[in-house]
Design a protein around this ligand. Structure first.
Ligand SMILES: [Zn+2]
Length: 139
């Protein structure tokens, strides 16, 4: 189902052009129009879902199964051995288009890309507290 003002739904419908790389009945992969590197792919479900956890799990599983061959193609064509798989959910995470998408971003040495990985640690007991809350939230 398409959302009327969604740019990715318009791409799926062919109302906005894209450079299509792969397509099947439920998944579309195309070149990001604002690539972080040549070969930067977006992989999306054809049916609109804003966030990963909104997706039907069978469609999500099917999409994820397409990632390895797409990643291998990106690595081959860009002649590199590394890539980032990035998937943002929510504005604060950096999600700019509210339609689930996975980025496959090929990486090369000294490409200038990166992210801040501000690792911290849990104060005594806090890790166990968070673990317990997560286990309870899954119940
Ligand atoms: Zn959409």
């Amino acid at each position: 189902m398409a959302a009327p003002n969604c740019v990715f739904c318009k791409i799926v419908a062919g109302k906005i052009p894209c450079l299509r790389v792969y397509e099947d009945p439920s998944v579309l992969a195309f070149l990001d129009i604002g690539p972080l590197a040549e070969g930067h792919l977006l992989v999306i479900p054809k049916d609109h879902a804003e966030r990963l956890e909104d997706m039907p799990t069978d469609i999500l599983a099917h999409l994820v199964r397409q990632l390895p061959p797409l990643a291998r193609a990106v690595l081959k064509v860009t002649a590199t051995d590394s890539y980032n798989l990035l998937q943002n959910n929510g504005k604060t995470s950096g999600q700019e288009v509210p339609h689930v998408h996975f980025h496959i971003i090929p990486r090369k040495a000294a490409d200038g890309l990166g992210y801040r990985w501000l690792a911290s640690s849990y104060p005594a007991g806090r890790g166990e507290e968070i673990r317990r809350q997560l286990v309870a939230a899954l119940a």
